[in-house]
Write a protein that binds this ligand. Structure first.
Ligand code: PXG
Ligand code: PLP
Length: 449
């Protein structure tokens, strides 16, 4: 590429230049005092505006599963932008979104045969909740309106998502205006015998029985759906106990409750299978995805629904629009082009298998940090890991932040939530990168007080 019209040319940005943007999930004042800005990315690495290379230990925000700036994706986006930049999606369409849905259907855990496009995980979650309600209305059970989420769950930041979500900070300012009929299952984490489990912990399947208690309390005829992350990501990588998801499925079936898997993080190979549903052998009725759907390159989310749900909603309508929902950018041509190119890379490079094959090495590497200062738990599955540190008294998150900043200075991008360091590298990662992650992280832990 000869010249660029991108505004990088005007670097460096001054402090004043950083004021206009109100940053998401960021301590704005602190960040703007000591900004960290990325300039470019390729494969496993970012380069920041000062020219430092940073190994990507988190696939961006759990989304760049095929590595950065992959040429076929770049080309697909450029070509789409120059061919059909946009087309309305309401009572009109363009071929690419149908082609993409068909490709997705080929890799989806059966029988999730119908795909509704949104633009983010948050939108996918709100869409899934609305589909669940539309389904029960179509089935003549309009009293099934209650949603069951889980403590520590993250389902994005829409009002639906924070209603079923279980992260206190994301909810507390809005508690008076959340969805009115929501209950929460207990989190699956906290059983001391499970700490430092490799892969799925053994104890805790019975935590799913809390759903029976909710059925007893509210009546199954009032419960629309249960929504859980198969592996909770944002809250600190919580791997489900052996048998837990199976038990949830059984209880949902017993009472006719829909099961929604939020696979925004677990989808597209993170666990060494296409989806967590494949990994755990549990089929949901609805599944939400985003992130790895387009390798993070163009914003997109989607909801996968069973034939039974799709046809019930369509059959119940008396002609005309069946589901009063959709986004200006549902099935956007650039996102579909990026998604198709992404799926091709996943397949051609067998990246989901690669994640599966590397997982034992990853597991050993992470657990080699057991015994390091302040480490109270290590959790892993597929190519995702969480290292939990003991919090300083009254200062939750302080230690993890220090580790995160220390690693960044030494060229490693990590993610932290509370006092858990989360890792979720691109699936193209090599063993040498894994070694470097552990070396850098271990060094940071040793420097910590
Ligand atoms: N559901 C799940 C399970 C998620 O992990 C969303 C929904 C929302 O997706 P959008 O695209 O609206 O952000 C997510 C997003 C982190 C972190 O590292 C996690 C997410 C997003 C940003 C940061 O804690 N997960
Ligand atoms: N707000 C206004 C005023 C709009 O006209 C629209 C869409 O037409 C929206 C919000 C929703 O935007 P989107 O479809 O991108 O979610």
């Amino acid at each position: 590429m000869a010249t660029t019209s991108l505004p990088h040319a005007s670097l460096p940005l001054t402090a004043a230049d950083l004021e206009a943007q109100w940053m998401p999930f960021t301590a704005n004042r602190a960040f703007k005092a000591t900004p960290r800005l990325m300039a470019s990315a390729k494969g496993m690495y970012y380069t920041d505006v000062d020219g430092n290379e940073i190994l990507d230990g988190t696939a961006g925000l759990w989304c760049v599963n095929a590595g950065h700036a992959r040429e076929p994706i770049v080309q697909a986006i450029a070509e789409a932008a120059g061919t059909l930049d946009y087309a309305p999606g309401f009572n009109l369409g363009h071929p690419l979104s149908f082609v993409f849905a068909n490709r997705l259907r080929e890799i989806t855990p059966a029988p999730l045969d119908h795909i509704f496009f949104a633009n983010s995980g948050s939108e996918a979650v709100d869409t899934a909740l609305k589909i669940a309600m539309a389904y029960w209305q179509a089935k003549g059970q309009p009293n099934r309106v209650r949603f069951v989420g889980r403590q520590r769950g993250y389902h994005g930041v829409g009002f639906g998502g924070i209603s079923v979500g279980g992260i206190a900070k994301n909810r507390e300012a809005y508690l008076s205006q959340l969805l009115p009929h929501v209950s929460h299952l207990p989190a699956t984490h906290g059983i001391p015998e499970n700490f430092f489990a490799r892969g799925q912990p053994t104890l805790g399947a019975s935590l799913a029985d809390a759903l029976e208690d909710l059925v007893a309390q509210h009546g199954a005829h009032t419960i629309a759906a249960v929504i859980v992350e198969p592996v909770a990501g944002s809250t600190g990588v919580l791997v489900p106990p052996v048998g837990y998801l199976e038990r949830l499925r059984t209880i949902c079936d017993r009472h006719g409750i829909l099961l929604i898997f939020d696979e925004v993080i677990t989808g597209f190979g993170r666990l060494g299978t296409p989806f967590a549903a494949d990994r755990f052998g549990v089929a949901p009725d609805l599944m939400t995805v985003a992130k790895g759907l387009t390798n993070g390159s163009v914003p997109m989310g989607a909801v996968f629904a069973t034939e039974a749900i799709y046809s019930a909603v369509l059959d119940a309508a008396e002609g005309g629009i069946e589901f009063f929902h959709g986004y200006t950018y549902s099935g956007h041509p650039l996102a579909c082009a990026a998604g198709l190119a992404t799926l091709k890379i996943y397949r051609d490079e067998a990246l989901f298998d690669r994640a599966r094959d590397l997982a034992p090495y990853w597991e050993d590497a992470l657990h080699s940090m057991k015994g390091m200062p302040h480490v109270v738990d290590i959790r892993n599955i597929g190519l995702v890991g969480g290292i939990e540190l003991e919090s300083r008294a009254g200062k939750v998150g302080a230690r993890a932040l220090e580790v995160h900043v220390d690693c960044f200075k030494r060229g490693l991008l990590t993610r932290f939530t509370g006092d858990t360091i989360a890792l979720s590298p691109p699936l193209i990662i090599e063993k040498s990168h894994i070694d470097r992650i552990v070396e850098t992280l271990g060094g940071a832990l040793k420097r910590l007080d």
